[in-house]
Each structure stands twice: as structure tokens, then as C-alpha cells.
Design a protein around this ligand. Structure first.
Ligand code: PNS
Length: 175
């Protein structure tokens, strides 16, 4: 039997230290897969900052203001979660500015891992920023912002894949 005894206070978190993480992404638009990862990150960290990274050279489908509005509405009831827009800056610099201990990202598949690993290694190379990968909910493995947009634009039903508000906004865009 291993010795599992600990001195009083040892191994306990310092109550004065807030463990903060960042969930970065394009969120164009937010999906139920994104929300699952944010909710689970909020169980692991004291505070989650959902960072919408926008690239001025790639305008995307929804404007940054629309993406923020949708995220705010979808995460309104989730405590300890904040939303921020980051434009023209490195993720590592934003994380340092807000005092984040780690980035949290969801992985749906090996393809996601192949895409995410170089970024995680680069971020660690730049400032030592760590990335925590959470396995995506297998029920949402096929859900991506781009696929949801394509399906909705051609009249497909994306109920259950994105929040109803996002689905309705995609239907509106179809006109
Ligand atoms: O949702 P996405 O598009 O897969 O998210 C990718 C994102 C925005 C998290 C990534 O491109 C990023 O971190 N961009 C910010 C600029 C930066 O730091 N680039 C170097 C990444 S190693």
C-alpha cells in the first residue's frame, strides 16, 4: 500500500491564487462543442476567459461584435467565465497580460491533434505557456463552425449542434 499521508496544508491550493485559463478560438460562430469545452474548463479552473481571436485579414462570417454577442448570450448563466476579443496580438501575449496559467482546447479527433500540437508547442516555446487538451464529447465529434455554416446555408437543420440562438441567426442569414 503506498504511503498517501500528507502534512496539513500540503498539496492544498493557495486560496489567494486564482487559477485562470484561456479558451481561444475563432468562434465563428460558437457551437455546442465549444460550449462543452468552456463549461468543463470552468470545472478545472477558477476563471475562464473565452478569447475570440480575430484576424483582420480573414473577416470570417460573423463580425467580432456578433460573435461576442452570441457568446455572451450563450454563457450568460455560466459563472466565472469572461469573454474577450483579441486582435492583432499573439495568444501568448494575451495570456500573459491576463495572468492565465494555461490554454484549454478541445480535441475531437487525431486531425484536431495534428492541427493543435504545433500551436501548443509554439506557445510553450514562446513563453512557456502550457496547453491542456480536453477530449471532445463524442456526440459532437462531427460539429465544427464551418460545417454547421455550410449545412445551415443550404437549408439543413443544425438544431442540437449549436445553441438555438445561433441556429436562428444562421437561418436569418440564409434569408
Ligand atoms: O478556432 P481556431 O480558428 O482553430 O483557433 C485558432 C487560434 C485563433 C486559437 C490560433 O490561430 C491563435 O492562437 N491565433 C492567435 C495568433 C497567434 O498567437 N498565433 C500563433 C499561434 S502558435
Amino acid at each position: 500500500m503506498p504511503d498517501m499521508t500528507m502534512a496539513a496544508g500540503e498539496g492544498e491550493p493557495d486560496p489567494g491564487v486564482i487559477r485562470r485559463c484561456v479558451c481561444p478560438g475563432s468562434y465563428d460562430p460558437v457551437t455546442n462543442g465549444h460550449l462543452d469545452v468552456v463549461h468543463r474548463a470552468a470545472e478545472l479552473f477558477d476563471e475562464v476567459i473565452v478569447a475570440i481571436l480575430t484576424n483582420p485579414a480573414k473577416p470570417g462570417t460573423f463580425t467580432p461584435a456578433e460573435r461576442i454577442e452570441l457568446l455572451e448570450a450563450c454563457l450568460d448563466a455560466t459563472p466565472r467565465v469572461r469573454i474577450a476579443e483579441v486582435s492583432g496580438a499573439l495568444l501568448v501575449d494575451f495570456c500573459r497580460a491576463v495572468g492565465a496559467a494555461a490554454v484549454v482546447k478541445g480535441l475531437r479527433s487525431g486531425t484536431d491533434f495534428a492541427y493543435e500540437l504545433p500551436m501548443a508547442l509554439m506557445n510553450r516555446h514562446l513563453t512557456g505557456l502550457e496547453t491542456v487538451f480536453l477530449p471532445g464529447d463524442p456526440r459532437l465529434e462531427h460539429v465544427s463552425s464551418s460545417l454547421v455554416k455550410e449545412v445551415a446555408a443550404l437549408g439543413g437543420d443544425v438544431t442540437g449542434l449549436v445553441p438555438d440562438l445561433v441556429r436562428d441567426r444562421l437561418v436569418q442569414r440564409r434569408g
